[in-house]
Structure formats: C-alpha cells, structure tokens
Design a protein around this ligand. Sequence first.
Ligand code: UD1
Ligand code: UDP
Length: 365
Amino acid sequence: MKLLCVVGTRPEAIKMAPVIMALRNDNAFEVRVLATAQHRHLLDQVFSLFGIAYDYDLDVMTPNQTLPELTAKLITGIDSVLESFNPDMVIAQGDTTTVFTAALAAFYRKTPFAHVEAGLRSRDLYSPFPEEGNRILAGHLAALHFAPTTLAQDNLIREGIDACKIVMTGNTVIDALLETAKQDVEPGFTLPENSRMILVTSHRRENFGEPLKNICNALRSIIAKYDDVCIVFPVHPNPHVRETVYGILAENDRIKLINPLGYEQFVSAMKQAHLILTDSGGVQEEAPALGKPVLVLRQETERTAALAVGATRLAGTDEQDIIDHVSTLLDNPNEYRKMVIGTSPYGDGQASMKIVRAVKDFFHL
Ligand code: UD1
Ligand code: UDP
C-alpha cells in the first residue's frame, strides 16, 4: 500500500514523526513524506532531529503569507504530488492550512484521507482561527479518524461521523515527547540561581495585537512583582508575534527572549520550568505529562482533557487576569500542587502503533 504523509508546520512534524517512523517499520507500506514547508526552518529542525528526509518539498513559505495565497499554493502543489505518486491513502495531522488542503486535495482525487488528532473542537469557529474551521472541514472529508481522547471521539460522533471510522489512539505527541524526554540536553540558556522559571510561548492569530500586548505587559508586571522569577520566551518567527514581543519586552537577566528552540531543547526547558504560560495546543498536551502546570493564554481551549484533570487552567488574555492567575500559583504552594498531575490524559506513548494497526485494518491487511 502506498501512503503519503503530508506535513507543513513544526507541531505537525513533531506529531507525525512517530507515525512516519512506525509506518516505515512495517513492510506492508511504501511511505513517502510530502513537506509543504508552510514552516521552513521550524519544520526542518524537527525532521533533522528525528532523522526523517522528505520525498517531496513544496517549499511554500514566504514572509507574511496570507491564508488565501497559502491555500491556493498548497492545493495545487499537493495535487501534483498525488498525481505523480498516486497513493492509496493520504495521512495528515491536526488543523493547519496544510492539513485542510491535504484533505481537500485527497478528496478531489477520491483518495482516502486519514486524520491524526481528529475531533478537537472549541465550538467557536473563529477561535482558534483558522484552526477550528480547518479541523472541522478536514474531519468531514476523512475516511479514518484517529481520536486522541474519548472527548474528541464523542465530538465526532455528535457531528454524525460513523463510529466505525473512528479509532481512539491517544495523541502521538506523547510518543514524541516520551522518546525525546529520555535525552538530557542543555536547553541552551542560563538562568539566575535559585530562580523560578516561567516558560512562555504565544503564536495564535486571534492573540495578535491587543491580547499579545496584554500578555507582554502582564509578564513585565510579574517580573517587577517577584524578584525570584525569570521568564524564558522562545519567540515564534511569525513577524506579527516578533514585532509585538520585542516592542514591549526588553531583554535583561530575568527576561530571556530567544529564538524558537529545537524540540529537544524545548522539552528540556519544559522540564526546568516552574510554570508554563502558552496559547500553544501541543504544549497544553505535553506539559501535564511532565508534571508542569499550564496557564492557557486563551479564552477557551479544545484541549479540555487537561483542563478536566486540573493540569491546565484558562487564564485568558486580560492583563490583570494573567497576573492574578500567575500570582495565585506563585504565592500558594497548595494551589500549585493541585496542578501537578504527572500523568497524561493524552495517551501512553503507543498512539503511533495503534495508528499503524488501524491503517492495516482499513486495508484488510
Ligand atoms: C501555523 C498554523 C497554526 C499552527 C502554527 C504552529 C495555519 C494558518 N497556521 O501558524 O495553525 O498552530 O503554525 O506553529 O496553518 N515563519 C518563518 N519561519 C518559520 C515559520 C514561520 O519565518 O519556520 C513566518 C513566515 O513569515 C510566515 C509566518 O511566520 O509567513 C506565518 O506562518 P504561517 O504558517 O502562516 O502561520 P503560523 O502563525 O506559523
Ligand atoms: N516547541 C518547540 N520549540 C519551541 C516552542 C515549541 O519545539 O521553541 C514545540 C512544543 O514542544 C510543541 C510544539 O512545538 O510540541 C507546539 O508547536 P506550536 O506551539 O508552534 O503549535 P501548536 O501546537 O499550537 O499548533
């Protein structure tokens, strides 16, 4: 069977790497990898870590690409690969524009599409934007859905997806995380002695502008309020993010604004962190497995399993709300301990193996 795995951005690379490796270990499959390179540097970093080479590279990234430009380039680019390779199945993960266009291109050729991390829903079409729309559209074009949690599975069934097309696998990010966390690498920055480190990431489109300014102002206030706290902020390369962050926050010995870290280094930074503030989807899934509390810099989240076990809390994007949430955890060890779970509601590191089994079942192998 010929399988085409389509990958565009950093989180897709992290979550698809274990799937690609597991599929390649099974000689029932000829697996080819199509990098759309919606992200260039971030994608290459992850694939080189996992030792995966691309078979096709669309190299679509241009500075400040708009969604319509990106969508148009992707759909025609992916289709040209479908035409030459003619796979029996297309597999992609998540909710980026790469994933939506991979599902659509496969549909136009009547090729089955398998969706990894299926069924996540915020129930607000505009938040996260455009991801909520992308995953609903990709989900409704899919022939096979790999749900990371029972909550995600229930979302799909509620939308009328046939239960026999859904397989509960766990999230492949835990496969990648557990493998990577075994290595002890230096994160590549030094912290003031005896300080409590807050690790921050932010890149969501709906946080551009005021919300991200509020986040940065809150970080400045937290640093002023607690002299034993330091902040490490790997700043996403999206120019909208960089302008705001570097415009408000100044580097000093307790605020480290750094380039995105390689995955190994970022996992090591999560292990060192006292607390994590993020609007990232993947980080909300990984941090609970490492026993690190997460304050989510959004009004809502589709990662409700972590919220339900108390490993994450919604802090929103109001400056004072963020300061209050952080202060509660810094001032009150009992509140902090309540959030240290140490097991993951997102799986046990076996998701990729379950996906391989399900793909074989699909083809009656
Ligand atoms: C994208 C996804 C988002 C995902 C996020 C993960 C879409 C529309 N957005 O958001 O769902 O959560 O990736 O990080 O699919 N850039 C670089 N180098 C890189 C990567 C990005 O310079 O390695 C810059 C480019 O100027 C690019 C811009 O960032 O034009 C935005 O990239 P894009 O993929 O459109 O959106 P992200 O905000 O990265
Ligand atoms: N990550 C990384 N380096 C960084 C920041 C994040 O490797 O400097 C990893 C993180 O561990 C997680 C993934 O990138 O696995 C999340 O990517 P991102 O936040 O860009 O996307 P999202 O998950 O929100 O779609």
